[in-house]
Design a protein around this ligand. Structure first.
Ligand SMILES: [Zn+2]
Ligand SMILES: [Zn+2]
Ligand SMILES: [Zn+2]
Length: 554
C-alpha cells in the first residue's frame, strides 16, 4: 500500500477559536468564527450595545430617508419591549417578535418611513396586552400615535363591531390593522392550535380580505395567497411515505430561492445582505430552510386524515468556508480546512445537543451539475428531527454485523481494503481514503478514520489536523483528474444525536462525484431512481489507480 505524506505544508496551527453569535433582522441567527487575535473584551461583547433589530430598522429608515430622526422609534421600541417582556406567543416565541415584524413589513414591503406610524406599529398591542394606558401613550408619544393604537385595540366587542370601530378611526388605523393581521396570518402555521388556525383563516376571509381589497392592493394579494396556501396545506411538513416507510420533506416555500446571482450580488460575500464584513468562516440559518426551527404543526383542514404528517422541525445552516468569492475547498490552505473541521465539530455538537435533533447531516454539493445555485465556496448542515433512511440502513447493517462478528463492520472493511491495496487512494497516520470494492459511482472515494471513532465529536486535535490534510489531498487529486474543478457531493456519515450510543457505528466521509468520464455524467436514471439498484460503469480498481497516480498538485 502506498503511504502518502501526512501533511502537505506543515502542521496546521491550533489557534484559539473565537465565536460570535449575532441575530439578523428576520430573526435568523448567524455565528461567525474567527482565529485572529481578538482582544478579550471583543470576545465577551456577544450582545451588541443596541438591540440588533432596532439597528436594522434605523439602517432601513436612513435608506428611505437620510434626514430621519429615529428618537421616537427608539422610545417606542423601549416601551413596547418592556410592555411585552416575558410574554410568549402561542407558538412559543417572544411576543415582541410580532410588533417587530409588523414594522419590518411596513418598512420593507410597503416602504413606509413615517416615524409616528412605525412607532404606532411597534406599540399597537400595548393597550390590549399590558397595563399601559391611553393617557400614558398620549403623554409619551402624542395624540396621533395614541389614537392609532387605541383605534386598533380590541376590547370586548364582536368582530363586526371591532371592524366598524377601526374604520371609524380612519384609513391609517385600517392600514395598521391590516399589516398586523397579515403578519399574524404569516405566522399562523406556527401556532400549535389547529382550531384557532381554522377560525383565524375564515375570519380573515370574511372580514379583513374585503377591507384590504379597498385599502391596499399589496396586502390584499398577500392575504389572499396565504389563505389559499394554508387551506391547501401548502405549509412545510413531513409527509410519511407508507410504502417506503420514510419521511418526505414537503417544502413548497423553497421555490423562491436565489438562483445563480451575479458575483457582485452573491449573498455569501462579506458585506452583501447581512453577512458581516469581517469573517473567516460563518455559519447561519438558511433563508429558505427545508426544516424549520419553529416548525408549524401542519394545518390540515382539507387533508385526508388517513395520511400521516408531522412538523418539519429542524435546523438548516449554511457554512461559508471563506470570504473569498472564487475558489473551492480544494484551493483552501490545510490550515483553513482544519479550521473548517473545527467549525463542523462545533456545529455537530451544538446542533446535536438540541433535544429535537436526532441527526446532524454535514454535507457539500459542489458544481452546477449537482444543482448548486451559489458558486461561493460553502457547505450545508441539515439537523434532522429523525434519523434519515440511509443512516438507518447503515446503522442496521453495522449493528447486525457487530452482533454476529463482535467487530465493527467499517473497521473490517478498512482492514480488507488495506490488505488488497488496489483501491487505496492515499492515507496518513489517522485516515485512509479509498474507493470501496462495492462503490456505486466510478470515482466514489470514502475516507475512514483508522481509529474506531463514532463521530467528529470524538476527534482529537491531531485527528482533525490529519483529516484536513487528507481532505486537501483527495480534493486536489479530484481537481487534477480531468483538469477542471471536480463536482461532487461530499457526505458526512456519523453517529446520530438521539442521546443513545451507537458503538457499532464508525465515522466516515463519502464522495459521490457525478462524472463517470471527463465529459460524461452519471445520471441517477431508471435503475437507480426507480428500483434503487446502482449500475457502476467503471472498474473501480482502474479508477482508483487513476486517482492514486494523480499528484495532489495545486
Ligand atoms: Zn460570494
Ligand atoms: Zn470501526
Ligand atoms: Zn456511509
Amino acid at each position: 500500500m502506498q503511504k502518502a505524506t501526512s501533511r502537505l505544508s506543515g502542521l496546521p496551527q491550533k489557534l484559539q477559536m473565537f465565536k460570535r453569535v449575532a441575530e439578523m433582522s428576520d430573526g435568523r441567527y448567524l455565528i461567525y468564527y474567527s482565529w485572529r487575535n481578538h482582544s478579550q473584551d471583543e470576545i465577551i461583547s456577544e450582545s451588541l450595545l443596541e438591540p440588533p433589530r432596532l439597528t436594522a430598522f434605523k439602517q432601513k429608515l436612513r435608506a428611505l430617508n437620510p434626514e430621519v430622526d429615529a428618537t421616537l422609534l427608539e422610545k417606542a421600541y423601549e416601551t413596547a419591549e418592556t410592555a411585552h417582556r416575558g410574554k410568549l406567543r402561542d407558538q412559543g416565541t417572544p411576543y415582541f417578535e410580532h410588533p417587530l415584524s409588523v414594522v419590518n413589513l411596513l418598512l420593507d414591503e410597503l416602504n413606509i418611513h413615517d416615524i409616528e406610524f412605525l412607532s404606532a406599529a411597534l406599540l399597537h398591542d400595548v393597550l390590549e396586552d399590558s397595563a399601559t394606558t391611553y393617557e400614558q401613550l398620549t403623554e409619551l408619544f402624542g395624540g396621533r400615535i395614541a389614537r392609532l393604537v387605541q383605534g386598533v385595540t380590541k376590547t370586548d366587542e364582536d368582530t363586526e363591531q371591532y371592524i366598524a370601530k377601526i374604520e371609524q378611526s380612519g384609513e391609517e388605523a385600517v392600514l395598521l390593522k391590516l399589516a398586523d393581521r397579515l403578519d399574524n396570518l404569516r405566522s399562523l402555521p406556527l401556532s400549535p392550535n389547529r382550531s384557532k388556525q381554522t377560525r383565524y383563516l375564515s375570519e380573515t376571509s370574511q372580514f379583513y380580505l374585503p377591507l384590504a381589497r379597498r385599502i391596499n392592493a399589496y396586502i390584499y394579494e398577500q392575504m389572499a395567497q396565504l389563505i389559499d396556501q394554508q387551506l391547501q396545506g401548502l405549509t412545510p411538513a413531513l409527509r410519511w411515505h407508507p410504502i417506503l416507510e420514510e419521511w418526505v420533506i414537503v417544502s413548497p416555500h423553497r421555490q423562491q430561492r436565489t438562483y445563480m446571482p451575479k458575483p457582485e450580488e452573491c449573498p455569501l460575500c462579506p458585506g452583501v445582505l447581512e453577512i458581516p464584513e469581517d469573517y473567516e468562516i460563518v455559519a447561519f440559518e438558511n433563508r429558505f430552510p427545508s426544516l424549520l426551527r419553529h416548525a408549524p404543526e401542519p394545518v390540515a383542514p382539507l387533508w385526508n386524515s388517513e395520511f400521516l404528517v408531522a412538523a418539519a422541525r429542524g435546523i438548516c445552516e449554511v457554512v461559508v468556508y471563506t470570504p473569498q468569492h472564487r475558489g473551492s475547498l480544494a484551493e483552501q490552505k490545510v490550515q483553513d480546512i482544519y479550521n473548517l473541521i473545527r467549525v463542523w465539530k462545533n456545529r455537530y455538537e451544538e446542533l446535536g445537543a438540541r433535544e429535537f435533533i436526532d441527526y446532524v447531516f454535514i454535507f457539500e454539493n459542489k458544481g452546477e451539475v449537482i444543482g448548486v445555485t451559489l458558486h461561493h465556496p460553502h457547505g450545508q448542515i441539515y439537523a434532522f428531527p429523525y434519523i434519515p433512511p440511509k443512516i438507518e440502513k447503515e446503522l442496521d447493517s453495522s449493528r447486525k454485523y457487530a452482533e454476529k462478528n463482535g467487530r465493527c463492520l467499517f473497521c473490517d472493511i478498512l482492514v480488507a481494503e488495506q490488505a488488497d491495496g488496489r483501491r487505496i487512494i492515499t492515507a496518513n497516520d489517522s485516515f485512509v481514503a479509498f474507493i470501496p470494492f462495492f462503490a456505486r459511482y466510478p470515482y466514489e472515494i470514502h475516507i475512514y478514520p483508522r481509529a474506531h471513532l463514532r463521530s467528529i465529536a470524538e476527534f482529537s486535535d491531531t485527528i482533525q489536523q490529519d483529516l484536513a490534510a487528507i481532505l486537501k489531498i483527495v480534493l486536489l487529486k479530484y481537481d487534477n483528474l480531468f483538469d477542471f474543478s471536480f463536482p461532487y457531493m461530499m457526505i458526512m456519515h456519523q453517529e446520530p444525536t438521539t442521546g443513545d450510543v451507537y458503538d457499532y457505528y464508525h465515522f466516515h466521509i463519502e464522495f459521490y462525484p457525478p462524472h463517470r468520464t471527463k465529459d460524461k455524467i452519471k445520471f441517477l436514471a431508471g435503475c437507480e431512481s426507480g428500483i434503487g439498484s446502482f449500475i457502476n460503469d467503471a472498474a473501480v480498481e482502474e479508477t482508483a489507480r487513476e486517482l492514486r497516480e494523480k499528484p495532489p498538485r495545486e
